[in-house]
Design a protein around this ligand. Structure first.
Ligand code: SAH
Length: 227
């Protein structure tokens, strides 16, 4: 599948042969997980492909040390690919949030299959998450949110909530065509945004309205941070 993987390698030298192996292993594990059974177009259910998920998570850990031993939230976790990957890279606890019970059922099966006991799932609309006290509960937030094709503006609502859940970094995938808007929003929210890599998502023809076998879209992998 076509992603600009080399960009990860160029920007972030993978430190050792061992880490390289780990990346390959991670991709292999993530490739074995079950996907959405009947993806819901309204909820923009597209899984992050194993290769992209593995590169993204590996970069988060190898270049920034933001997973190992951390409390991690995964917003719009779907079938759990990012949550499970984060757990495999040493997160202390991962909490996956999704509005779709069917997706979470698959997610729970995937977690059980991987024999992981450090991932919780919460069925809720991410936009409605509110904090009881002011303290942000998570160290790191990861997400491949809906891009806003069905529900305009939802990507930025996810970002707003993500930033409220952590004083640390938020790692997100966003459509490259919205980059200007996303960077402007980040400025409004008072956080720094760093585009780590641009990826080519080759979306398979999951939905009936897709006329071609697959559609390529450019996606930014962005790190938002308070400092
Ligand atoms: N993170 C997963 C799935 C990405 S698809 C992966 O990387 O593979 C986007 C996910 O967001 C879907 O699982 C969808 O059900 C979920 N979603 C869409 N709108 C939502 C909302 N308002 N609140 C919570 N989850 C939502």
């Amino acid at each position: 599948m076509g992603i600009i993987y080399s960009q990860f390698c160029l920007d972030f030298q993978i430190p050792s042969e061992m880490a390289r192996l780990k990346l390959r292993e991670l991709e292999q594990y993530l490739g074995e997980l079950e996907g959405f059974q009947e993806p819901k177009v309204k909820l923009e259910q597209y899984e992050t492909r194993p290769h992209i998920a593995a590169c993204m998570l590996h970069t988060i850990e190898a270049s920034f040390g933001d997973l190992d031993g951390k409390l991690v939230a995964d917003l719009g976790c779907g079938t759990g690919r990012l949550s499970i990957g984060a757990a495999l890279l040493g997160a202390q606890l991962v909490v996956g949030f999704d509005v779709d019970a069917d997706a979470l059922n698959v997610c729970k099966e995937n977690i059980a299959e991987m024999e992981l006991d450090n991932i919780d799932t919460i069925l809720c609309d991410v936009r409605e998450i509110t904090l009881r006290d002011k303290q942000a509960p998570f160290d790191t937030v990861i997400m491949n949110p809906p891009f806003g094709t069905s529900s305009k503006g939802i990507d930025m609502e996810f970002l707003r909530v993500a930033l409220s859940l952590t004083r640390g970094p938020v790692y997100s995938l966003n459509k490259s065509t919205t980059r200007k808007h996303v960077l402007k929003k980040a400025q409004q929210y008072g956080v720094k945004a760093q585009v780590i890599a641009q990826l080519r998502f080759d979306l398979p023809a999951t939905y009936k309205f897709h006329k071609k076998d697959s559609v390529d879209i450019e996606v930014d992998f962005i790190r938002f941070c308070n400092n």
